[in-house]
Design a protein around this ligand. Structure first.
Ligand SMILES: [Zn+2]
Length: 138
């Protein structure tokens, strides 16, 4: 994104509250299933793979790769000044894919399989939006 990017306050519910609380500390949490070992996102108590409720929080590395992306060059309302910006699915090292933005980098360098790492955009509400930037080096 080149202009002012909106940082909307996320809606929460009891299942997602710990996820959003962790973003205030710059931590990215995922859910993991003790029965089938699947790690998943978005946060919910019941495993989407085996329906077990034997699930818990696990801290993600914050690293992954671009699975798919699109560059938005025209937008309306509060996003009009943020163009061009990248909307992407990032596949985290732990497996789950997150719908997010790729920010703070030359967006012309974003490609499928680009290595990325999480950054947190403060919403001003005590919570932050996890977005990703291109990773340089190891
Ligand atoms: Zn499971």
């Amino acid at each position: 994104m080149t202009g002012e990017r909106p940082v909307p306050v996320p809606p929460t519910n009891p299942e997602t509250e710990p996820f959003w609380d962790a973003t205030a500390d710059g931590r990215l949490l995922l859910r993991s299933c003790a029965d089938c070992k699947r790690v998943y996102h978005y946060p919910r108590r019941q495993c989407p793979e085996c329906a077990s409720t034997n699930t818990d929080w696990t801290e993600a590395s914050g690293r992954g790769t671009v699975y798919s992306y699109t560059v938005t060059r025209r937008a309306s309302e509060e996003y009009a000044d943020a163009t061009p910006y990248v909307l992407a699915y990032v596949e985290l090292k732990e497996g789950p894919r997150m719908l997010t933005n790729i920010v703070d980098c030359d967006i012309e360098r974003v490609e499928v399989d680009s290595r990325v790492e999480v950054v947190f955009d403060d919403t001003g509400s005590g919570r932050a939006l996890p977005r990703f930037t291109l990773r340089v080096g190891d």
